[in-house]
Design a protein around this ligand. Structure first.
Ligand SMILES: [Zn+2]
Length: 190
């Protein structure tokens, strides 16, 4: 479903009024339209097709060594406050004959991040997508992120980082594999 941008514009204008603002003053005139455009973009993951996104960027490669992609930038919106959380995503997988083109993992992260999310669910959706797309032997995903809903409201320590991980297949079953993943992505959560 395409977002109803006209309605989001009208509602944003209403919200400005409800906050005691004047939506007709110069600085706010274009704000409802900009908010509608921004929200449509930031939730475009609902309308993305993962098969199309990944298509053509999976390559045959006879390897079963662990592949690691570190420090993928991540920007998402928490579903509780619709405020940003942002950080880095680290992905490791053991292929079973097929590997990802490098940029596609970042696109996959973007796709799942552009929805209203919980960090835990986002982590799981990414690991499951990687697993399914290439029928990997195992997948590990770790996300470290800061949440503006906590930082801006002063609810938590301002520098706290939330760390979530999701492991599937051999990453779940084998302690050695999990430890290899953790040591390859380095000492995180700093
Ligand atoms: Zn929140």
């Amino acid at each position: 479903m395409q977002p109803d941008t006209a309605k989001i514009e009208a509602l944003t204008r209403e919200m400005l009024l409800a906050l005691g603002e004047d939506p007709d003053r110069e600085g706010l005139k274009g704000t409802p339209r900009r908010v509608a455009e921004a929200m449509s973009f930031l939730t475009s993951g609902y309308r993305a097709d993962p098969v199309k996104l990944i298509n053509g960027a999976i390559f045959t490669q006879e390897t079963n060594s662990m592949v690691i992609v570190k420090n993928i930038e991540l920007y998402s919106l928490c579903e509780h406050h619709m405020l940003p959380f942002f950080g880095r995503c680290h992905i490791g997988y053991i292929p079973s004959g097929r590997v990802f083109g490098l940029s596609k993992l970042a696109r996959l992260v973007d796709m799942h991040a552009r929805k209203l999310q919980l960090q835990e669910r986002l982590t799981e959706q990414i690991s499951k997508s990687v697993m399914d797309a290439i029928d990997a032997t195992g997948v590990g995903v770790m996300i470290e992120a800061r949440h503006l809903c906590m930082m801006m409201r002063g609810v938590e320590k301002q520098n706290s980082v939330m760390v979530t991980s999701s492991v599937l297949g051999t990453f779940r079953d084998s302690v050695a594999t999990r430890e290899e993943f953790l040591s390859l992505i380095g000492n995180r959560a700093t």
